[in-house]
Write a protein that binds this ligand. Structure first.
Ligand code: IYR
Length: 221
């Protein structure tokens, strides 16, 4: 068994006033993030995407197994394949699978089965979750709290992309099985979501929606 080894914590401390100011500023910054569906095809440097993925890779996770993989798609032919497969699933969803209640809940967002952004945006980051890893001897390394871990890493990726000055869209065509093959990932990896990343189109519009108030999302006991 590998023994625990410890190193001093590199912790940044602030005064109470600084903490209040910093937390308010961070909230102000994060609330500017909007899910964007109209992307520009403007070039984004790969170095930015690499740093955002490094940031996501620092996420807390089960037993530090880091059960994720980020497939970064910029090749137009692969983006086209993803768009075609995703739109086929989405047509099925909007025309058959979605319940009337679900369609009514989506109406304020103005979405439909057409997903041109999957080709327009410079990057599609396909986030994969690994329920286990395959060790060099072929045996399985168990992973823990995979959905939670990958969800946290994805949230950090979204924040990193916003912080870098780019827009993103969490896209979840369902089912997403086709992504394992298109992204040439092993069969034990499941696509968690596609994060579409790029600059917003000049004329991008976003739905006029609001977030719940603090009182509606938190109780202090
Ligand atoms: N995947 C579909 C439908 C959709 C579902 C939810 I829940 C959303 O918040 C947004 C869209 C689509 O992408 O259109």
């Amino acid at each position: 068994m590998e023994q625990a080894q410890f190193t001093p914590l590199d912790f940044l401390s602030y005064t109470q006033d600084e903490m209040v100011r910093r937390s308010a500023e961070f909230y102000d910054f994060l609330k500017r993030r909007r899910t964007v569906r109209d992307f520009s095809d403007r070039h984004v440097s790969r170095a930015v995407i690499e740093n955002c993925i490094r940031a996501a890779g620092t996420a807390p996770n089960g037993a530090n197994k880091q059960p994720w993989h980020f497939a970064v798609v910029s090749d137009p032919a692969i983006k086209r394949q993803i768009r075609e497969s995703a739109e086929a699933e989405e047509r099925e969803f909007y025309e058959r699978r979605a319940t009337p209640e679900w369609l009514a809940d989506l109406a304020p967002l103005g979405t439909d089965a057409s997903k041109p952004f999957l080709e327009t945006a410079p990057y599609l980051i396909v986030v994969f979750a690994q329920s286990y890893a395959i060790k060099p001897d072929g045996s399985r390394q168990k992973h823990y709290y995979v959905q939670e871990s990958v969800g946290i890493a994805t949230g950090m990726l979204i924040a990193a992309v916003h912080h870098a000055g780019l827009a993103s869209l969490t896209h979840t065509p369902s089912p997403m099985k086709f992504l394992t093959e298109i992204c040439r990932r092993p069969a034990h990896e499941r696509a968690f979501l596609i994060l579409v990343v790029g600059y917003p189109a000049e004329d991008a519009l976003v739905p006029n929606i609001t977030k719940k108030r603090l009182d509606d999302i938190a109780t202090f006991l």
